[in-house]
Structures are given as structure tokens and as C-alpha cells.
Design a protein around this ligand. Sequence first.
Ligand code: AMP
Length: 192
Amino acid sequence: MNIILLGPPGAGKGTQAARLVDSRNMIQLSTGDMLREARTSGTEMGKIVADVMDKGNLVTDEIVIGLIREKLTSGTAAGGYIFDGFPRTLPQADALGELLAELGQSLDAVIELQVKDEVLVDRIVGRAEEARKAGQPVRADDNAESLKTRLMAYYKQTAPLIGYYYAKGKLTSVDGLASMDDVAASLEKVLG
Ligand code: AMP
């Protein structure tokens, strides 16, 4: 099965993806993680995207589609792929559809994690606090200013994907405000 987890920053996409990796042997493809990795290893691309990411804006479609293409063409995913944080724009969604078709694969489900905006801010500020307390690095974009930009990017560029996948008959919406276990149970139900 290949699925997309869709939702604003802080909706719990990464947390739920990690659980599906454990429970279903799926492969998590997070473009955010790939981009952060590129920055840490100091690649040319990493340098180009650093400032854009820190401000909370989206990096170009060309870059993220390239990253996903590389992953999809370089291996097979036994339990399928979980797209986490990708696609985030309509051109990315089109590109993913084409890529999967090229590889003879398809998209099985798009699961939207619905969360209220007020909760997102608390969760993201909380995530930064926890990292700080645990002596772990805090994401440069987990601050109030970048969060505003990230939310705006979500509503302007990513939220239209909800309608896009609804029209394709792929969308299921899940209450992302429920406990982690309950959200996980809802996802398992969707995946069957
Ligand atoms: P995330 O870890 O998914 O919250 O992503 C962190 C940041 O990486 C985002 O705020 C964007 O700057 C960038 N990014 C991640 N995925 C994408 C994507 N699919 N398209 C454009 N930018 C992305």
C-alpha cells in the first residue's frame, strides 16, 4: 500500500508515520527529513534550501520532486510507502501520480489528519520545549514566526490537495486531536 499523510505542521504526520513503519513494515518518505539531512551534510542543495526552510516557506517543487523520484526509483518498499510532508502543492501531487504510474504502482489512500490551528501552535512550541529540555537540537523553524509562515503555506498551497484527492476518491479524514493511540487505530482501520 502507498499512502499519503496530509495535514498542517504539528498534525502528527511524522509520529503516525513512524508507527506505521513499525507495525506494517512500510517505508516513511519525509521530504522534510530529506531536506534537513541535506543541510546537515552540507550539500549544495542543503545550502540552497536552508534559508527558505528556516523562514517556513516551501522549497521548490523541482527540488522535492527530485528527492522523491530518487527514492522511488532506487528501491522497492516491501510494505509500501508513507508519504509524509509530500506532496505539498498541486504540481507535486501531479508529479507523484505520474511517478507512481511510471513505476507501475498506485496510490491507495490519502489520510488527512484534522487538527485545530490553536492546537498546532501549542504542539509545535511544546515540541521545541521538549527538545530543548532533552538536550536535543531544536528545529530552526519551530518558532512562532516561522510557524505563521508554515501555516500560511499550508492553507495557500497544500490545503487544496484535500479537494484534489477527494475528487479522485482517495481521501479519508481522521480526527487528529484524538490520542496518538486512537489516531493510530483510525489509520489501521483505513488501511484495513
Ligand atoms: P516538515 O518536516 O515536513 O515540516 O518540513 C520542513 C520544511 O521543509 C518545510 O517547512 C519546507 O520548508 C520544507 N519542505 C518539506 N517538504 C516539502 C515539500 N513537499 N515541498 C516544499 N517544501 C518542503
